[in-house]
Design a protein around this ligand. Structure first.
Ligand code: ADP
Ligand code: MG
Length: 263
């Protein structure tokens, strides 16, 4: 059973006249209303996008284009100014706010709880769900991201790359259907960025989670099956140059060798 998220004809604006998250203040005079109109920021209009579980998506584009805002809409954490967001699960249609328990988030700044060890940071989402096996599952995930030996360390005792591995384990530990990652390698050096990106793609693939990444890194975007660019209010699909590990190897082989390799 595959789930999907779809945005239909969605527009997002921010300002005192809008229904965006900060658009709750009411103007009291005509003058004020004119000023507010001028201050409205329109990020995008009439945007359509469908995301499927088990597939990977990269969203690139300049700072301020609205990439983070688009993630907030896709994950159902914010509502669009207009248009419709649907979560389709086994042909059942519901609104995106029902997604909450099925999504994991990874941020550029890691956002780990400083007082908790790596193990307890990873176990937290399970404990909040009342899972009695939280600690053993968290241990398993720390192992997957290569951090078993740092389980007892607090975030301040870990490097940036290590903290992001903990954040990946925490996002995936409860097997969410979708993972949203907002510039997950933005604070890391090139070597760590590659490692984190490899771990993230591999873990999502293994868990059959849909992965939606906002990134400025071309190397990371190229790993995704679908690449979009958001700029000037337009979301454009760029031809994907995604190659699977198998294709990477077999493209150097003769036809006969490829037949043997595909067995
Ligand atoms: N809740 C909000 N209220 C008002 N303005 C916002 C809000 N969220 C984002 N913005 C504005 O929308 C624009 C796009 O922001 P963002 O989605 O963070 O872009 P990006 O992630 O592409 O850099 C920015 O100018 C930002 O200040
Ligand atoms: Mg952003």
């Amino acid at each position: 059973m595959t789930c999907s998220i779809e945005l239909k004809n969605v527009s997002q604006s921010f300002g005192n006249n809008s229904s965006g998250s900060l658009g709750h203040k009411k103007s009291t005079s005509a003058n004020m209303a004119n000023k507010n109109k001028a201050a409205t920021i329109t990020l995008f209009k009439n945007l359509d996008l469908t995301i499927n579980q088990g597939q990977s998506y990269a969203i690139t584009g300049p700072s301020g284009a609205g990439k983070s805002s688009l993630l907030m809409l896709l994950s159902g954490l914010e509502k669009p100014t207009s248009g419709q967001g649907n979560f389709i699960n086994d042909n059942q249609l519901s609104t995106l706010d029902t997604l909450r328990s099925d999504i994991g988030f990874i941020f550029q700044q890691f956002h780990l709880l400083p007082e908790l060890t790596a193990l307890h940071n990873v176990a937290l989402p399970l404990k909040l769900r009342g899972d009695k096996h939280a600690i053993s599952k968290a241990k398993h995930w720390l192992e997957k991201v290569g951090l078993s030996d740092r389980a007892g360390h607090k975030p301040s005792q870990l490097s940036g790359g290590e903290q992001q591995r903990v954040a990946i384990a925490r996002a995936l530990v409860f097997s969410p259907k979708f993972i949203f990652a907002d510039e997950p390698t933005g604070n890391l050096d090139q070597h760590n960025a590659k490692e984190i990106s490899d771990i993230l793609f591999a873990c999502c693939q293994e868990n059959n989670a849909g992965l939606i990444i906002v990134t400025h890194s071309n190397a990371m975007a190229r790993k995704a099956q679908h690449i979009y660019s958001l700029a000037g209010g337009e979301l454009t699909k760029t031809p994907s140059i995604h190659v699977t590990e198998k294709q990477k190897v077999t493209k150097y082989l003769s036809t006969e060798e490829q037949q043997v390799a595909s067995c």
